[in-house]
Design a binder for this molecule. Structure first.
Ligand code: ZN
Length: 118
């Protein structure tokens, strides 16, 4: 039997206009908030991170969330106030950020300035 794949699909997502967080209901963890500054700082795209290597938290980026959409049934794309929208956040990456934020809170960027991919 194959190892079961953990279901990382958000069941619901709330991103109230003007809020500085999003809230996700995961199958096993409801109402988990992630601040937009955390999402933006850990944007995994090549523009923010270059190619390869760990994902480094980028402080001071625009974290006004103005757009959000699902991509290909596996990821979310966020659009930010400065027009940046090339970051694709796979559901598993979002879940990892959510769990890390749950553990470290606002000190996450200090505690874990670099995330390893995958
Ligand atoms: Zn980016």
């Amino acid at each position: 039997m194959l190892a079961s794949v953990i279901d990382h699909r958000p069941q619901a997502l709330r991103a109230p206009h003007g809020a500085n967080w999003i809230e996700i209901d995961w199958p096993d963890a409801k109402a988990r908030r992630i601040p937009t500054v955390i999402l933006r700082g850990y944007c995994p795209c090549a523009h923010c991170q270059g190619h390869g290597g760990p994902i480094e938290f980028q402080p001071g980026r625009d974290s006004d969330l103005i757009d959000l959409g699902e991509v290909g049934n596996y990821a979310l794309r966020f659009g930010w106030g400065d027009g940046h929208d090339s970051g694709l956040y796979s559901f598993s990456y979002l879940r990892a950020l959510s769990d890390l934020y749950q553990e470290h809170g606002d000190k996450l960027p200090e505690a874990i300035p670099q995330l390893h991919r995958g």
